[in-house]
Design a protein around this ligand. Structure first.
Ligand code: ZN
Length: 131
């Protein structure tokens, strides 16, 4: 298993990690298989969406804020329940197929690390599996 360390610089952001995942796939030497990307945090997530127009991730962040209110008389005393809920909605892992050493993604797709309670130091675990 490999890992990536990432420092986020704002409370909410989505960081394109596609090239870092692709590099780990290249370094593994595995030409065909799958790569699993896992975020070991309860207030962050990973997702696949459009990487071409940066307005898309801004819209996603903005609309998630409307779905999950920052303050809503949450019981969790740490004060970051909205981030926990967004983490569960978006999810902690993604899986991408590998063909001829390359990630199989749609033309506009990219892999994003999602920060919902930054800024923080974060980790992402990556496992490349042959098959
Ligand atoms: Zn918390």
């Amino acid at each position: 298993m490999k890992s990536i360390s990432i420092k986020t610089h704002s409370q909410f952001c989505m960081i394109n990690i596609t090239s870092q995942i692709q590099n780990i796939v290249y370094e593994s030497g595995i030409a065909d298989g799958i790569v699993r990307v896992f975020v070991p945090h309860t207030t962050a997530a990973v997702t696949i969406n459009e990487g071409a127009d940066p307005a898309v991730v801004k819209d996603i962040i903005k609309e998630l804020d409307k779905i999950v209110l920052l303050r809503d008389n949450y019981l969790h005393m740490e004060g970051n329940s909205a981030a926990h809920i967004k983490s569960t909605l978006v999810g902690a892992s993604e899986m991408v197929m590998i063909e001829n050493g390359s990630l199989v993604l749609g033309t506009w797709q990219a892999i994003f690390f999602c920060e919902f309670d930054g800024p923080r130091q974060r980790k992402i675990f990556i496992k490349v599996i042959e098959g």
